[in-house]
Design a protein around this ligand. Structure first.
Ligand code: PMV
Length: 332
């Protein structure tokens, strides 16, 4: 049996659209900050049949996604000349993350699942690197590759369409820049269209090719901003990328509308507040109405005060975290 704990990440340069849908090979590089909370714990044990257990009732499609993930993991391990001890598992998931609201719950889940498979391999004397573990995480959810590592993490793509043609690389660790993410969720209602559907439709937007062209520049600007701890530069590039992703989603066929009037109200208010108080805070939104307010230590108290005044919103106070970890069972 193996247990791992992981967390979401928030992307500054967002993954949207695939080169290969089945293998979840992204169309472009992306970059995120791993968060320290909320957590997901996944345990895995060999079993006669494959099953997934969680507090939330899982749909047949969701269970199929875990099965498919194991199938792809076995294909990848075969390429490395490795093998899991058995072919079936019982997976148990305890999640503190509301699903499907733009808080990267699948990133936390699949990075934890990848870590448990890695731990099982370790028991048979096989050590995978973090990059290899990130490939396994990516096969379940592209963004999950980045939650395997802590701090600031890039998901890099290579020219080919092989199963391991995209993996995560740490740009800077969690001690590099103590940024916070104050997460404001206007609604905990699950979104109608998941990001998997969004990736499928991305290429139908007339803006998608322009997005891809701009992403190379944005990725490099974001890496520079992080390495130089230049918040203004990070704000410019992260907000540009978030707006661009939603422009692509909203113009795809059919269009996907993840943001709502509450999201836009929160954005207007935080922009007014940051101008008035000269706060180092930036906004970004994933595939949901949730607003992530990324800020420095100096700005965090004002940003929290702002977030607490948001009526009927759920809030999460998070900061840069250290990535997926194996939980060693207590010895008696
Ligand atoms: O990993 P997925 O398939 O859930 O896609 C993640 C998509 C975004 O959250 C919108 C962007 C990102 O890079 O995290």
């Amino acid at each position: 049996m193996a247990t791992a704990v992981s967390t979401p990440n928030i992307a500054f340069i967002k993954y949207w659209g695939n080169r290969n849908q089945e293998l979840r090979l992204p169309a472009a590089d992306s970059l995120s900050m791993t968060l320290d909370s909320p957590t997901v714990e996944v345990s895995i044990e060999p079993a006669d049949t494959f099953s997934v257990h969680s507090e939330k009732e899982l749909s047949a499609n969701e269970i199929e996604r875990f099965k498919k993930h194991l199938e792809l993991t076995n294909i990848y391990l075969k390429k490395l000349n490795f093998k899991l001890q058995t072919s079936n598992f019982k997976l148990t998931i305890h999640s503190h993350i509301p699903p499907a609201i733009g808080l990267a719950s699948s990133a936390a889940v699949f990075s934890a699942v990848a870590k448990t498979y890695t731990e099982l391999l370790k028991e048979s004397g096989i050590e995978l690197t973090d990059e290899q573990t990130s490939v396994i995480a990516r096969l379940g959810s592209g963004s999950a590759a980045r939650s395997v590592m802590g701090g600031f993490v890039a998901l890099r793509c290579h020219g080919e369409c092989a199963i391991d043609s995209a993996f995560a690389v740490q740009v800077a660790d969690e001690n590099h820049w103590p940024l916070h993410d104050i997460v404001v969720c206007p609604s905990l209602k699950e979104k109608k269209h998941g990001s998997t559907e969004g990736h499928h439709l991305a290429h139908t937007s007339p803006h998608f090719n322009t997005r891809l062209k701009n992403m190379l520049r944005r990725q490099q600007e974001c890496i520079d901003a992080i390495l130089q701890r230049d918040f203004e530069k990070l704000q410019r590039v992260a907000e540009e990328d978030a707006q661009d992703l939603h422009k692509v989603a909203e113009t795809s066929n059919p269009p996907l509308q993840y943001l709502n009037s509450e999201t836009h109200r929160i954005l207007h208010e935080i922009i007014a507040l940051r101008t008035q108080k000269h706060l180092a805070v930036l906004y970004t939104m994933d595939a949901g109405p949730t607003v992530h307010l990324i800020c420095t230590e100096d700005a965090v108290e004002s940003v929290k005060d702002f977030a607490y005044t948001q009526k009927e919103c759920t809030m999460f106070e998070t900061k840069v975290g250290s990535g997926a970890k194996t939980r060693i069972p207590a010895k008696f």
